[in-house]
Design a protein around this ligand. Structure first.
Ligand code: FMN
Length: 401
């Protein structure tokens, strides 16, 4: 049941009055998501590491940027379409890799991939997804992208890359900022597991989330689909948690990046760059794009927000490589601000998870529609008609940068 703090519209259906939420912004989706998904998975998404200061800074630093309004400029015939690594996109926004998406809503990766395909933006499937690469490929009709975590078991990594190629994934996103796992207090306190353990606390919580339970009972996808049955010795969940803790590879370095680039042979995007030094090394590695990212504030707490880190990286490598950004994007205005500061693409993580947990596939579509509309209108108010015309002049006052 939707409570009154969501802007509600009473809709009459066959004599019954059914409250229907009027979703006008990503925050509306987050509120609905919070009500519909078990606390353990809401907390898993809506948290950062340690004190969560970087998690909060990601959003706050976007809010602090003001925009430069223009008037009496022809605003007709606007377009938010662009390209990311040479692939046409309806807007420069990709769905970020998010582990356990299939626990936010049954078959979540398939549904999110379909919504992205329908909208015309890239979907990036996480290594730690519930639905497998093959499963998502068989339920979509256009190529998606695959995100890779590097594990110690290099045979498994090699096979994973080959599976992504066989599924015709059109880009590989290599995540570099999770060689070890950031400590997230809520997950430890909640005893995060997939599926949730049948403790009294979890059962009481699940009793208040009937639509989530019905969905989960109706699917067989409840484990890490890319891993269980594919990595040697991983046949069940207990061994999987031990396996991931032991397998994340702290020795990952630029030689490994070269090996992965070679083995993959296609478009390569390096995710998790936060300094100009690392950005220069990424350019030297021959990657096609980098994502300025602090993993949504989930790894090094105390690191700068992504939008604060962006200008220095643009100054260092903006002319040499496509620089994208993720972290804290909750509106099309945030996308606009990232583009104004030099990013050529963006990724959204939590924003689409809110939509998925709130309303399944329709919620992801809603999230994308909201962001596209906000981006388009913001461009118009700033007197701009296409992505190429967006520059730092759209940030007010320009000399502040
Ligand atoms: C719940 C959750 C799970 C995530 N899982 C992954 C993952 O499996 N692989 C990865 O590269 N990044 C992962 N990330 C980071 C996102 O790809 C992205 O960098 C981040 O969500 C961007 O910040 P935003 O959520 O504020 O948009 C995850 C983020 C969240 C919130």
């Amino acid at each position: 049941m939707v409570r009154s703090d969501l802007h509600c519209l009473a809709k009459r259906e066959g004599g019954n009055t059914t409250p229907m939420p009027v979703i006008t912004c990503i925050e509306d989706l987050r509120r609905l998501y919070k009500r519909r998904v078990p606390k353990m998975f809401y907390d898993y998404a809506e948290s950062g590491s340690w004190s969560e200061s970087t998690f909060r800074a990601n959003v706050r630093d976007f809010e602090a940027l003001r925009l430069h309004q223009r008037v009496a400029v022809n605003m007709d015939n606007r377009s938010i379409a662009g390209e990311m690594v040479g692939q046409p996109v309806a807007m420069p926004v990709a769905l970020a890799p998010v582990g356990l998406t299939g626990m936010q809503w049954a078959d979540g990766e398939i549904l999110a991939a379909r919504a992205a395909e329908q909208f015309g933006v890239p979907f990036i499937l996480s290594t730690m997804s519930i639905c497998s690469i093959e499963d998502v490929a068989s339920h979509t009709s256009k190529p998606f992208w695959f995100q890779l975590y590097v594990m110690r078991d290099r045979d498994f990594i090699g096979r994973l890359i080959d599976r992504a190629r066989a599924a015709e994934c059109s880009a590989l996103v290599l995540t570099l900022d999770l060689q070890i796992l950031g400590q997230r207090h809520k997950d430890l306190k909640n005893g995060l597991s997939t599926p949730p353990r049948p403790t009294l606390r979890n059962l009481l919580d699940l009793a208040t989330k009937p639509s989530w339970c019905i969905g989960m009972l109706g699917t067989s996808r409840r484990q890490f689909g890319n891993i269980v049955g594919h990595a040697s010795g991983v046949e069940n969940l207990t061994s999987l948690s031990q396996w991931s803790a032991q397998q994340l590879d702290p020795t990952l370095d630029w030689d490994d990046v070269a090996w992965i680039k070679d083995r993959w042979g296609g478009k390569l995007i390096l995710k998790g760059i936060l300094s100009a030094e690392d950005a220069r090394l990424a350019v030297r590695s021959g990657a096609d794009a980098i994502v300025v990212s602090n993993h949504g504030g989930r790894q090094l707490d105390g690191a700068p927000s992504s939008i604060a880190a962006l200008p220095e990286i643009i100054a260092a490598v903006g002319a040499d490589i496509e620089v994208w950004l993720d972290g804290g994007i909750r509106s099309g205005q945030d996308v606009f601000k990232a583009l104004a500061l030099g990013a050529r693409g963006t990724l959204i993580g939590r924003a689409f998870v809110y939509g998925l947990g709130a309303m399944g596939e329709a919620g992801v579509s809603k999230c994308l529609e909201l962001i596209a509309n906000e981006l388009d209108l913001t461009m118009a108010f700033c007197g701009l008609r296409n992505l190429d015309s967006i520059s730092a002049e759209a940030i007010w006052p320009p000399d502040r940068l």
